[in-house]
Design a protein around this ligand. Sequence first.
Ligand SMILES: CC(C)(COP(=O)(O)OP(=O)(O)OC[C@H]1O[C@@H](n2cnc3c(N)ncnc32)[C@H](O)[C@@H]1OP(=O)(O)O)[C@@H](O)C(=O)NCCC(=O)NCCS
Length: 218
Amino acid sequence: MKPLLTLADLARNPADFATPLRMATGEQISLRPLIPSDGERLTRFLMGLSPESRRLSTFSGYDRATAQALCDAIARYDKLRLAVVETDKAEESIVGLMEFSFDLTGGDLSRYANYGIGLNQKSDCRFGPTLADGWQNRGLGSRLLPPLWQIARAFGRSRVILWGGVLADNSRAIRYYAKNGFHHAGRFVSGDGQECCDMILSLETDTMDRARTVESIR
Ligand SMILES: CC(C)(COP(=O)(O)OP(=O)(O)OC[C@H]1O[C@@H](n2cnc3c(N)ncnc32)[C@H](O)[C@@H]1OP(=O)(O)O)[C@@H](O)C(=O)NCCC(=O)NCCS
């Protein structure tokens, strides 16, 4: 059996885990692990997010210190962050951050238990995507999912839940998850009183095929 991928593997050879994509509009994109030298690029990405994108996303801050903390966290703890990078400009820029957490919280376990779904610490993971405002709603988020799921599977993960759920009024994200195979699991009220939805995806083969079909019809 193939050994499972580790955070250290990705940190050692990030270029081996990069996926190039070309947008229909011509831009060249690379999905690749966040690297320690991304601090400036990540700061510009976070600072450029609009108030609405900040409301919908899950970052603890939108400044240089947050960007540095995310770079310092590479290959530590349980988090894997992949940067979405526009590569065909004179200077590369980060236009999105795709985040996995490979450690479920007690809150995740008990919410899902209430829905009648038993989560598994070893084979489930959490996921949260954020694209820069100018890159939202152009199909990029959907195109990124097959290579992201390939990485999650290489980490031995067979189901994905949303990191912190999705705000119930984030109809675009809910549409995005649903069209890419996620199912509604239940609703909950977050610690700060916001109505949220839990959604879950199985990475079994039929779901992967559906994701590829969504990609190929774009
Ligand atoms: C969520 C996100 C990653 C999705 O990526 P994306 O590239 O924008 O998604 P796609 O373009 O692949 O798909 C978006 C879908 O939502 C639809 N949509 C757009 N606005 C919508 C709205 N207000 N209500 C319902 N659906 C909407 C689009 O038409 C598209 O569906 P379609 O392909 O059937 O036409 C991205 O929009 C984002 O970063 N949003 C801000 C942060 C965020 O909400 N993150 C999720 C936190 S849980």
